[in-house]
Design a protein around this ligand. Structure first.
Ligand SMILES: C[S@@+](CC[C@H](N)C(=O)[O-])C[C@H]1O[C@@H](n2cnc3c(N)ncnc32)[C@H](O)[C@@H]1O
Length: 210
């Protein structure tokens, strides 16, 4: 495990919710782990995860837009990390069909592709389905980070749907945090951070496998 959560930069123009999301999941990444980028977009998060999963690990990255995956592939190739990633041109609501098994972390950076068509955005129904899949496939001790936007058309509905699902998770199984900037506009992106609890037996198995 590596990474420290709170010291991730969150002040000033370069500080943002995405960095905090990456930092939160980074604590559960190790050489050989399985990480999922549910929304590859321009590849920033996939690249971050690929840098953390080690040579024995894999990042499965999903996006419905082929152009997004092309950009992601170029960035991974430039960094020499392409072989650590499996890029899948499909919606994250089908993740269970593509993933080889339970994953250590899932990262959801919702909304639309920066610099792309704003009409092609994540949607409440498919995002909820994908989050339900992620919760089922999350390893004990694993983490899910969602960067949630509320400023564009439809985003409020998506935000409410995700909050409803996350807010009703059983507290003895999942810890759920909602993290908002108190000194930014109401529509600034915010975070939903989820961790699955570990039982005593699971702790033993996890240590053995790492
Ligand atoms: C905010 S961007 C992601 C940013 C990205 N993680 C990065 O680092 O650049 C959101 C992405 O979600 C994608 N998307 C929309 N619906 C999706 C779905 N059902 N499954 C997977 N990706 C989807 C969009 O095409 C867009 O590229």
């Amino acid at each position: 495990m590596s990474g420290i959560f709170l010291p991730a930069r969150f002040a000033g123009v370069r500080g943002n919710a995405v960095l905090l999301a990456q930092s939160f999941v980074a604590q559960r990444l190790y050489d050989g782990c399985l990480a999922v980028d549910a929304t590859a977009g321009n590849g920033g998060d996939t690249l971050f995860l690929a840098g953390q999963v080690g040579g024995a690990g894999k990042v499965y990255a999903f996006d419905t837009q082929p152009a997004a995956l092309e950009t992601t592939a170029i960035r991974l190739k430039e960094a020499g990390l392409l072989e650590r990633a499996v890029l899948i041109a499909a919606g994250h609501e089908t993740m269970d069909v593509h993933l080889p098994g339970p994953a250590d972390v899932f990262l959801f950076n919702l909304g639309y592709l920066p610099g792309g068509d704003h009409a092609v955005s994540t949607r409440p129904d498919t995002t909820v389905t994908a989050l339900q899949i992620a919760l089922k496939l999350l390893k004990p001790g694993g983490r899910i980070a969602l960067v949630v936007y509320t400023g564009h058309a439809g985003a409020g509905l998506e935000s409410n749907a995700v909050l409803k699902l996350a807010g009703n998770l059983a507290p003895h199984v999942f810890g759920v945090l909602q993290l908002r900037f108190a000194n930014r506009p109401e529509h600034a992106p915010y975070l939903i951070l989820i961790e699955r609890a570990i039982t005593g037996n699971e702790e033993f198995t996890l240590q053995k496998n790492r």
